[in-house]
Design a protein around this ligand. Sequence first.
Ligand code: SF4
Ligand code: SF4
Length: 295
Amino acid sequence: MTELVVISGKGGTGKTTVAGSLVALAKGAVAADCDVDAANLHLILRGEPLERVPYRGSEEALIDQEKCVSCGACRRVCRFDAVLVVGNRYEIDPLSCEGCGACAHVCPAGAIRMEERQSGWIYVSRTPYGILVHGELLPGEENSGKLVTQVKMRARMIAGKEGAALLIVDGSPGIGCPVIASLSGAHAALIVAEPSRAALHDLLRVAGVARHFRAKLFLVLNKADLSPKLAREVGEAAAQEGMVCLGEIPYDEGVTWAQLRGLPVVETHGPAATAIREIWEKLRKGLYGEGRGCG
Ligand code: SF4
Ligand code: SF4
């Protein structure tokens, strides 16, 4: 099974638009939305939920009042002011507890235990194009790299069971921990960039991360016609970095029209849809054979 991750140096480049259309064109691929801070691939792919599994990504401290000797050591060591004194009892404020475990370490009575707590959900959905897995963090929860890893693991397991030839991952934007988790184990990365100087900088940074995982690198330039000169510069720089340019997507108001109706762009007939279909044909060849450079 080939694992393709669609990424971008920053949010708002059209990454999910491209990923959703590739899933629709691939027919039978398993999809994973690893943009867990703002998952929306399920909106484009019209997923019908099959399963919802709690994601436990953090811990919280709990005090056993029977054992507590009210020494106050936990309150003194907690840097997050999560230990409260209520009457004559020491209690943990679950909203403030960061799960660092310092209180349990210093408690002389062994009265504090750490317990996993739910930090989000992992959803499995059936879409008209195949199975989709996506994650969602509960408000205020962090550690999304760990959730990304769990979303990917579940998607890989399903892809293996279904005998899918391709897993398409909508990766996290940027270059932080979630995008590193998105790229881990990927065979190929498709970078979606827009023609701007900032995009060139972001593109080179995210390409560096993808290269670390030895992923084959592809580039798609979105809204390329808004600045043909910069599009050419970005394409040339990408080619020098060894990326395979799959093509350009023109600015097309039909993309917004499709998004508002919860449709992959390739279900419409505008210039962006045509460009993405051509990109998909090149990508299929590029994943398994030779591609040509940008510029
Ligand atoms: S686990 Fe850390 S944050 Fe939570 S109460 Fe204990 S010391 Fe404070
Ligand atoms: S450190 Fe342990 S014994 Fe001391 S107040 Fe906290 S929970 Fe109670």
